[in-house]
Design a binder for this molecule. Sequence first.
Ligand code: ATR
Length: 277
Amino acid sequence: MSDTYAVIGNPINHTKSPLIHGLFARATQQAMHYVAIEGPREPADAFAATVREFIAAGGKGMNITAPFKLAAFEMADERSERATLAGAANAFKFDNGRVLAENFDGIGLLRDIEVNLHTPLAGKRVLVLGAGGAARGALLPFLDAGPAQLVIVNSHVEKAQALASQGTPHGPVTACTYDGLARMGRFDLVVNATSASLTGDLPPVPPTVFSPQGTAYELAYGKRLTPFLRLARNAGVAGVADGVGMLVEQAAQAFLWWRGVRPDTQAVIDRLTVPLD
Ligand code: ATR
């Protein structure tokens, strides 16, 4: 009998995870199937109850997406260092009824930037827009990659400052306001980790932060040229990318954790890529 995995979120109808893991399973000849579960938003303990039902039915692992990454972290029996530092989980493995939690979002983003986009971060100036869950997940993997400087900017600057203090033991990270960016010069990599693109909005970032030889990376995917990517393109940035590679790379990390096999990602990225324009 094949092993069962699932992605849980709400809403869940647009998820690409079953397609991605189905392609990985076929390419690596793993006997598994993967389903999508719409998790209940209410009452507060209903998410954990749904996960427990899936375990009781023989489920082996799960991916967790919005809005359950914090609830997933809280219900886990064991948490990796990555999940603990992010304060959120995006993958579970079930081991004799115990719930093991991981977070592969940050490492997936880093792999996409460094391996797929050929942009090593060592010695580079990196700007992260936003200080929510997505930025938190990227903080440690980015600092571990050895940038010359990492700047976090957020409208509510105290959130950026709190994140920067957490990151300080791991590398050179500071917080900034959007107004302050005008004095910060150019960055080699600018990552939009705000949720602004989900509503078609543009964070108030000045075009002076972009470097024409640099990279602009949008965490959202499949939204074509978002206002952020358009701003970067108009500022002359040649390397603009959305988050499709991050999505596939975090899935590959989960697949490796569950099955002990690392699937190739490029063919799956190619299949899911929506041209920017
Ligand atoms: P996620 O898990 O996607 O990171 P989140 O934790 O709700 O979501 O965080 C959203 C981030 O996007 C925050 O940093 C938020 O800024 P504030 O903390 O100042 O609210 C940022 N954000 C959302 N909409 C934005 C916009 N239009 N311009 C700039 N930043 C925005």
